[in-house]
Design a protein around this ligand. Sequence first.
Ligand SMILES: [Zn+2]
Length: 470
Amino acid sequence: MALRRYTFRLYPNKTQERELFAARRLHGYLYNACIAHRRFEWKKNQKTVDYFQQQNCLPAFKKEWVEFAYLHSQALQSTVKRVDLAHNSFLKGLRGLPKFKAIRNYSGWTYSSRSGWKAKTNGKHGVVTLNDLGITLKMRGQAKSWCTPTTLTIVYKPSKKQWFASFTCNVSVEQAKFGSLSDLKYESIVAFDLGTATAITCFDGKKFEEVSNPRFTKNTEKKVKQESKKLRRKRAPNRKKSIKASNRWKKARRQVSKLQRKVANQRADWQHKITSDIASRHDIGVTEKLNTKGLTRKARQGSKRKKRESAVLGVSPMSNFRKKQKAGLNKSILSVGFGTLNQMIAYKIEAKGGLLLRLNTRRVKPSQRCPKCGTVHKDWANLSNRYHICDSCNFEIERDRGSVLVMYNVATNQQQGCGTHLSDSGCLSSTSLTSKRKHTGSMKQLGQMKRQKSQRNSKVHGKPHRLALG
Ligand SMILES: [Zn+2]
């Protein structure tokens, strides 16, 4: 089983849309109220409010504020949970303190279980009924494989002025054809690497395949820049000085977001086409673990110590040229969407019962290793070094091709100097590599937490007895 999300566009009529907006506003108010509650308790009493305290407040809250009474209780709970998630990720240092959200930008609400709504669809168009609002909405869209949906999120996109229904479904995935790593058949195995000069380089054992980088942003960037300049010249809103946006400003902003949306759509379309093509032709994918976050990190000025040293020597720690170079690299990495490409190939290969192997970059060093003799060349790590010639065996190959070849060889146990077993190269199969997101307590994990909590409580209650016995 795999959890999939399917999004359908909703087509509400005027009265239905009014209902949707009203519900969204209420959920937004609740969200802000929860944040206010947490802030107040912290400021006054230095107390942290947890999710359960707020959840238990809901019935009393509904009695006091009767306009909330008609909304589905689980939907309200999941809005409270949103605040909790935001707060937890703040405590983990993943983002800043949760802010109050403007109602006009508030995205929507979630039904966390199967109650409160009903979807009449087999994955192709259909209708969805929201019981608490008492409306049935037409929806359009298609799901590749459909099953009974488990949760529903209603989303409003202000920039598009469109409503969406986003379902999560437990879709059954074909059982993996390969029992364990040692049973691997190397019939349709593909090694791929994501680069900047060529977006994807593949090697399937016979020939190389290169997918060039489309660089959408480059084409549209100029236009976006022009339009943004126009936008800056119009009267922007300033809520503090109570200046309203001019109609020309609104119009210009629509134009900018239209262009940005176009780029996003083009990118998504391209990504899906490319990854579907690769995944449909091969059963096993081999790649390296990629750290996009590190790759696209801003070019740093260097450590404090380095700064001091360079101040003494009178040289700049990182030349402006290098900074610009890094910025350019970042842009082209982000323009293709590295992380998404990797994920897409992974889930598409898995969806058809294949396997994705991720090699440990540090141990395998695909871009520094000679595919033929296995010698590691430290100077190959330099990105400007596009063509590699091995000084110990005179093997020569292009940079991207070389690293793909190394990965293919490692996966098929043909690589020199890398051990004879896949586990030697720190290989992780896709099954063992579910995304390593830091746990911030999702709705799904809530049930577990509740259970743990009740166990803890019973333990606390049980303690005095034991003490009494002792
Ligand atoms: Zn060599």
